[in-house]
Design a protein around this ligand. Structure first.
Ligand code: GCV
Length: 726
């Protein structure tokens, strides 16, 4: 009996041990997405064997005295160690073949002696070269600054992650755009405007005392893709962010970011002199107001000596601004710019403005306000312009301000968070959208005057250049609400560094880093990513339609909404559908928004046949029986596009299912579940939109098309009081 008991307990112990080890293994291998592109899981055996002889020693002169060089050393040890299963030995000098030397000409006599072409690299660029030094072969990462070394080192790690050869390396890279920033729309209470990945990562309450290790990982992730600045707080700003208490908190974050080359910026509320300064006015002409901003700048730079500057949303959607005092945007921007100038800071002044009670087409208002001010902004002001003239829609034409202000630096504002593309739950890879905008030709100075050339400064000889992405980052374990949303943060950074990169190239890199280089996985997942944005366009806003989302939270369809106080808040304002036709006439017969573009572009956009069907209804109001390229009439084409969008999502789900054996369990399941949500919601969009537009057009559904699942009244009655991000 007693031996039975002891045998039983032995067996139980064995089972428990086995379960514990299995659990441990599962935890160790768990892929919850936290690592982003800093994922240093072991490469395939062959790749590891190839790399090992080339990554034996790491030499970083001066490492003891520099936090950036220490960060580089830590990252390379960790990265190489993880990827090839053996960290290089940290050495003080080159001892044999297989060295990696990370040094500037200033920190290494060998680099100086090599006389490399360093001039073109500028402050942040780098060279990565296969090199022979002191009779040994190895790899050199060099740059003019430690920041350049940092970016070069991350590039070296990327080469391993994408399984590129180190033999014969000769890479020279420098960023095309100076300010490469994330904009957080994060509030002091940790809510995030248009954020769908949980609370803000900034724990304002516990700062500056508690420094979440996430802050360092955030800085690492950004540095790895070349992002060099971050605006911590929402453009709908609270003046409290500028009080000493909150500046101390911001300073603690700046300290964490500094070794990673990330400068801190803050959104400034224009009326702060009144709200926290006790002044009676915020008028830019008031000497007291000017002094207040100068003192504020001094106070900030005392705490954060490398503070980048202010981002400002003024006279837009209820925010205070210079026009409250009869002053222009330029006068407002210059007020802040003059306070920052002695310290080297910049003002990023947003052009996202449209006015209550202004009957002008909303798509025209920013241009009308800003273009006459060209030449009036101080040198340290850059005007931040959204990619399109309305507001981050699934598809918009490029903003007409690009190319139209030759004397003013303009920076791009993209949205990485998907306010209008299905929140965090829909899979929509934004690379193709960024690419479409960056490559658009403004014709401002003749053919080839692309948006990229406007924002990289080459078109009009601007020295101050920038690009910002509204972040999709929150407290969620995977940072962005889904694995595939991480790709949008990633591609933003990569294109900010090099706007000529193709969306497909970046997606491939990201897939290799995030999952593996299995060819089947790469092909299948790449297909999904590249089709995804057009799918969203098709099931939400096909053929150039825009802003059909439900009121306020923008979750789901609301094309029927037409009773809101401001006309341009109503979807009906944008689609203008009635019994006879649909679309916004922006030609000379309509609002004439086309006239804001340069001549050949005007002609293209104004022509029904040349504008392209993707933007057709953005610029034209057309009868339902307008003949389309497909031979279908406009009504049939609209229905066809809604169906096509839904079918694409169904296809994406099928493709993802086929990849199940190639993806780890946790990330596979989460993506699969989200794709199911996306299919359900794409169907909702399709059904509700068709039901509504049919109620207006009074046209029969084309043969063989499934009728909407419910009647229009059902869709109209849906309410979502607790949507995130609102
Ligand atoms: C930060 C849109 C969004 C707002 C956002 C605004 C802006 O209107 O819905 O949430 O406010 O753009 O970019 O300022």
């Amino acid at each position: 009996m007693s031996s039975d008991v002891s045998c039983l307990s032995r067996n139980l112990l064995l089972v428990a041990t086995f379960l514990y080890s299995a659990l441990l293994a599962a935890t160790v291998n768990a892929e919850d997405g936290y690592d982003l592109w800093l994922r240093y899981q072991p490469l395939e055996v062959e790749a590891r064997d190839n790399y090992r002889p080339q990554l034996r020693q790491l030499v970083i002169p001066g490492r003891e005295d520099s936090r950036t060089l220490q960060a580089i050393g830590d990252e390379l040890l960790r990265g190489v160690g993880g990827l090839i299963g053996r960290a290089p030995e940290m050495a003080s000098r080159i001892r044999g073949d297989g060295f990696v030397l990370v040094a500037t000409p200033g920190s290494s006599a060998d680099v100086r002696a090599a006389q490399l072409p360093m001039d073109a690299l500028g402050e942040e660029g780098y060279l990565i070269r296969a090199i022979s030094l002191r009779g040994h072969t190895g790899t050199l990462v060099t740059a003019n600054s430690e920041r350049g070394l940092l970016y070069g080192s991350f590039h070296l790690l990327r080469l391993l992650q994408t399984r590129d050869a180190l033999v014969g390396l000769d890479i020279s890279s420098s960023p095309r755009i100076g300010l490469r920033l994330l904009n957080h729309w994060d509030n002091l209470d940790r809510s995030v405007e248009r954020g769908y990945a949980g609370q803000s990562i900034w724990d304002w309450w516990n700062l500056p005392d508690v420094l979440d290790p996430r802050y360092t990982d955030y800085a690492r992730a950004n540095a790895a893709i070349g992002i060099n600045g971050t605006v911590l707080n929402n453009v709908n700003a609270s003046a409290d962010s500028l009080t000493p208490r909150y500046l101390d908190k911001a300073a603690a974050l700046a300290e964490v970011f500094r070794p990673y080359g990330i400068r801190m910026y803050l959104s400034a509320r224009f009326s702060a002199p009144v709200e926290i300064g006790g002044l009676e006015t915020a008028d830019p002409q008031s000497p007291a107001v000017q002094r207040w901003w100068q003192h504020k700048a001094d106070e900030i730079y005392q705490r954060i000596p490398d503070f980048g500057g202010f981002l400002v949303k003024a006279n837009s959607e209820g925010q205070p601004g210079p026009q409250d005092y009869g002053r222009s945007h330029a006068e407002g921007a210059n007020l802040l710019a003059r306070a920052l100038a002695p310290h080297g800071g910049v003002v990023m002044w947003r052009a996202f403005v449209y006015q209550q009670d202004n009957p002008e087409d909303r798509a025209k208002q920013a241009y009308s306000d800003f273009v006459p001010l060209d030449g009036q902004f101080d040198d340290n002001v850059i005007v931040q312009v959204k990619n399109g003239p309305i507001d981050f829609q699934p598809r918009e034409p490029f903003h007409p301000m690009f190319g139209a202000m030759p004397k003013t630096p303009l920076m791009m504002e993209f949205q990485i968070t998907k306010e209008y593309l299905g929140f965090a739950s829909h899979l929509a890879y934004l690379g193709p959208m960024y690419e479409e905008v960056l490559r658009a030709d403004t014709f401002a100075e003749g053919p080839g005057s692309t948006v990229t050339k406007v924002i990289d400064g080459s078109l009009h000889g601007q020295r101050l250049t920038g690009i910002a992405g509204v972040a999709n980052i929150g407290r969620d374990r995977d940072w962005s609400g889904s694995t595939f949303n991480q790709a949008n943060w990633y591609v933003f950074g990569r294109m900010a560094w090099n706007p000529d990169l193709a969306a497909a190239t970046v997606a491939r890199d990201w897939l290799k880093i995030t999952f593996s280089d299995n060819p089947e996985l790469l092909a299948g997942a790449l297909d999904i990513m590249l089709a995804s944005r057009q799918a969203v366009v098709d099931y939400m806003t096909p053929l150039g339609l825009a802003h059909l989302m439900a009121t306020g939270h923008h979750y789901g369809p609301g094309p029927w909404v037409s009773d809101l106080a401001r006309p341009e808040w109503n979807p009906a304002y944008y689609h203008r559908a009635d019994r006879n036709g649909i679309g916004f006439d922006r030609t000379a017969e309509g609002s004439n928004a086309v006239a804001q573009y340069a001549t050949p572009v005007v002609e293209k956009f104004a022509s029904r046949s040349r504008v392209g069907e993707d933007l057709l209804l953005w610029f034209h109001h057309l009868p339902w029986d307008h003949r389309m390229n497909s031979g279908r009439d406009l009504w049939e084409e609209l229905v066809y596009r809604y169906d096509r969008g839904l079918a694409e999502v169904q296809e994406m789900r099928t493709q993802w299912q086929a990849l199940a054996p190639l993806v780890d369990r946790e990330r596979f399941d989460k993506t699969a579940r989200l794709l199911a949500v996306q299919e359900r919601e794409a169907k909702w969009w399709r059904d509700a939109s068709i039901a509504y537009f049919q109620s207006v057009s009074a046209r029969p559904l084309p043969d063989g098309v499934a009728p909407p699942a419910r009647d229009l009244a059902y869709y109209r009655a849906l309410e979502f009081p607790w949507t995130p991000g609102h």
